[in-house]
Design a binder for this molecule. Sequence first.
Ligand code: WT7
Length: 568
Amino acid sequence: MSNIGSYEDRNKDFDWSLAEKELGYKDGDTINIGWYCSDRICEMGKADKTALIWEGLGGKEKSYTFNEIRLASNTIGAFLRELGIKAEDRVCLFMDKIPELYIGFLGVLKIGAIAQPLFSAFGDESLFVRLDNAKTSAIVTQRKHVAKVRKIIDKMPYLKHVIVVDDDGRKPLREREIAFSLENAVPVESIEIHPTKAESASVLHYTSGTTGQPKGVQHVHYSLISQYLTTKWVLDLQDDDIYWCTADPGWVTGTSYGIIGPWSLGVTQCVKDVGFSAVGWYEFIQKRKVTVWYSAPTAIRSLMKAGDEVVKKHDLSSLRHLASVGEPLNSEAVIWSEKVYGLPFLDTYWQTETGSMMLTNFPGMKVKPGSMGKPFPGITAAVLDAETFEQINEPGKVGLIGFKPGWPAMMRTYWNNEETYKGKFKNGWYLSGDRSSIDNEGYFWFTGRDDDVINTGGHLVSPFEVESALLEHEAVAESAVVAKPDEVNMEVVKAFVTLKPGFEASVDLELKIMNFIRKKLSPLAMPQEIEYVKSLPKTRSGKIMRRLLHAKEWGEEIGDTSTLEDDE
Ligand code: WT7
């Protein structure tokens, strides 16, 4: 029997207080995610249960019980507090998927500070704009990433501490840098958990938009309510499950469902801190006896590409439930997974801003391959007319996806950018920025984004950020960045550039520019192709028309080009 039982029954009289009750929370109480994910689980008698099984390069492994997670997060929390980190200070977690990332996240929350996880493959420029926006007080990182911090630290007087979790003493640390080793620190048996309330800020996740710098999506401790319940009902986690979320906590899936969801339920999870390979992933599932697997379409398509034979070479019989998020999950991938694993990947749709799942396929529900499913109980979702923001009731008609505000994990603002936050609401709806239709049975069918943001392998990349970075390259005069189709990643970054006088178009220069972006921003943002052009299509006022370049890449009708010189 699945946790959700019947979707229809759950929808009747649904109230979030259901989750509050299960978590023993009442309006006005202290609610601290760090405590809920460790101390409370220990108090419930699961102190010796395994919380985390971690595997790194070269088969290195570590395992932690809930009590060890509790102690270790106390220890990190106490260390930060001793350094002077106070409630609401921003603490950046800039690490690979090592145990310190997961445990540090809880430690930061326990002392009431705001956790700012950032993807460890970010280059110095990506890192800088996010730290600068948040005016981050401390960054917890690894030796291998310190060089990137050193490059920008002089521009960040507010960044008081660079905490290195794996310092080996071989190279001297510099000013503001300090070593901290979880293994050598004296475990702190108890610390005062900061009495955060429902609306106290918890996590700051950065997400990319079409224009402007990345936005800091600010969540609160009350988000736990929806993260807990969606994990329970959609991922169907049960006490004896071994759960694997393949997402990196640098992104929201890796925190909402890679830390908070499973641990607030007291479920064992495993983490693999090694890059993708089909064999590596199947070996992991086989060895760890993974039962519930939450992944992403790009990974599934890569597994599809690796073929059916490699599946047969592994014992994957432990798997009982699969789910996916981050980009459109094409029907072929759902059908294929049912064929080879005996289980369909169930699609879920949500965003950094929504904090928890919004549209989902539930265990036991009829799966329509290619559809994102139906709204989670308590979520009012609709497609809206793009002009009037009125609800469209006609089945099959495409509109903007909108949600009625008010679910617990909804973002509370964009950090320091209330105006942009307010702009996300129209006619009483939160606008997701995506388009979809709804069929006559209430299933949502994704059609695309409503902006120029590129979704490459489930990661959003802002064309604006890449264009700005390209302009910093000595050879680039102008640039326009769009998505180009890709078999596995759906979309990849493509740049059109015009060169400055004195620079010759060449393959060598293309590689140099690509590498420049990879180092400055990240491997995800790196253009997979650079096309040299003599000029870029522009409106009369000089705005580059990405739309035309995009249409060309996707073989779409360009439409009436007489407006080419007009402003949109
Ligand atoms: C955007 C949000 C929260 C998960 C990680 C991504 C796209 C997400 C789906 C899906 C089609 C999807 C949307 C959305 N997206 N899930 N099931 N089908 N598209 O979080 O980085 O904030 O990205 O990812 O475009 O707006 P994010």
